[in-house]
Design a protein around this ligand. Structure first.
Ligand SMILES: C[S@@+](CC[C@H](N)C(=O)[O-])C[C@H]1O[C@@H](n2cnc3c(N)ncnc32)[C@H](O)[C@@H]1O
Length: 400
């Protein structure tokens, strides 16, 4: 372990300054540079915090921070701050009915962690964070991770110990089912549809917050130009596409209208099929653990599906697709993360743990993707990727 001295702190700050000068004018525009800068700032902050302080000031108390945000969200307190003007605990109490002393105690956590600004004595102001949580989609993201993933995460250390510290492989007996009375995520959403709505609303929002897959993958060159020219020809099947936000987006581009577009999911997830029909998209109930009924499409597209499942289930899903693919013509497209082998950014690492807790799934490295696809007779032609692989499209074909 290298010891931290005043000199090494000064050197780190100088290195950070160089990184800062390399940021683009709009710092959020170039994510690669921003993440490299953030990593150095994060490391300096950690290096200059005593280890005991890190354990008891940060790690032990992370759940407390999310709990405080979750309470304020559900209590409607962020709504009261929405106009950007300072509000007292009494104002929030008057608007929401919460007791003043409770507001003061929870706000103490939120101001200490910079979620809310403390403007003066028992007086609070919104931050960009609280403004984001006013959006129902992002608020549902917090609900999803806290309410659905939370119990499974808290259960995970005991679950893994009990099961001999092995990667969970069975979704029916995995950590989520163990924490939720034997139900996996999809069974829970089925039994309590309002939870499924929370999840779907978050997924739709999440999609808005990330790159469009066709920014990473040149669909025009790789798919549209070689799609068969006949009325029956299927250009793209979006499998497990939820209510269809991705395929609807894809359909808006006239140059993508060179073949049929099909959306598949479980019946309950398909949503409003009239909107789809109006955009010329066919909605088709389909369970991806059964053989794919659409044969010989140009592309079979999965977004954020395989990271939900352990390897054995993925092999089943992929085999069901591979049998419908036409050799030398069809492509399998996986819109997924491809984790770097080292220095995985926090977003990738923490999502991987969420996938284990939520669905017994995993984020995968390039080698893991090669192995998984190779095991069912598929070959990766190219991984199209940006942002350290956190946005990637894996393009595969039937192996020779
Ligand atoms: C993480 S969401 C991804 C949704 C969409 N692809 C997106 O990126 O927004 C997983 C999707 O898989 C669907 N799903 C789960 N089990 C399925 C099954 N057996 N057959 C088909 N779809 C399934 C869910 O209904 C859900 O829409």
């Amino acid at each position: 372990m290298t010891s931290i001295t005043r000199e090494s702190v000064v050197q780190s700050i100088e290195a950070i300054l160089v990184e800062a000068k390399n940021l683009s004018d709009d710092i959020f525009e170039d994510q690669i540079r921003l993440q490299s800068f953030q990593r150095q700032v994060f490391r300096l902050k950690n290096d200059t915090t005593a280890p005991l302080e890190r354990i008891f000031g940060e790690i032990c108390f992370q759940p407390h921070q999310s709990t405080a945000v979750r309470i304020a969200l559900e209590g409607g307190w962020f709504q009261v701050l929405a106009d950007g003007k300072p509000k007292t605990a009494h104002d929030i109490s008057f608007a929401t009915g919460a007791e003043v002393q409770l507001i003061v105690r929870i706000m103490m956590v939120l101001t200490a962690t910079d979620v809310v600004i403390e403007q003066g004595y028992q007086t609070y102001r919104a931050t960009p964070l609280t403004q984001i949580l006013l959006d129902p989609g992002w608020a549902n993201g917090l609900r999803h991770f806290f309410d659905h993933c939370g119990p499974s995460l808290i259960n995970l250390p005991g679950y893994l110990k009990q099961n001999g510290y092995k990667v969970p492989q069975n979704v029916m007996t995995g950590p989520f089912a163990d924490a939720w009375g034997g139900r996996n995520t999809w069974a829970l959403y089925d039994a309590e549809p309002w939870r499924g709505k929370i999840f779907n609303s978050f997924m739709t929002k999440w999609k808005e917050g990330t790159k469009v897959w066709t920014d990473t993958y040149p669909a025009n060159v790789r798919l549209c130009s070689s799609c068969e020219k006949s009325d029956d020809a299927v250009l793209l099947v979006d499998i497990g596409g939820g209510s269809g936000h991705v395929v609807l987006d894809f359909a808006k581009e006239p140059s993508n209208r060179v073949g049929r577009l099909i959306l598949q999911d479980l019946p309950a997830a398909l949503g409003d099929t009239d909107t789809l029909k109006n955009h010329g998209i066919e909605a088709m109930p389909y369970d991806f653990f059964t053989p794919q009924p659409v044969k010989g499409a140009k592309a079979y597209y999965f977004r954020g599906i395989l990271h939900d499942w352990p390897d054995r289930a993925c092999r089943e899903i992929l085999s069901n697709t591979a049998t419908a693919m036409r050799k030398g013509y069809s492509k399998l497209l996986l819109d997924e993360m491809v984790l770097p082998d080292t220095n995985v950014p926090p977003k990738g690492a923490l999502l991987d743990l969420s996938m284990m807790a939520l669905e017994t799934g995993a984020e995968r490295t390039s080698e893991q993707w090669h192995q998984l696809l190779g095991s069912v007779g598929l070959r990766i032609e190219k991984i199209w990727s940006t942002d350290y692989g956190l946005e990637a499209v894996i393009e595969a074909v039937l192996d020779a």
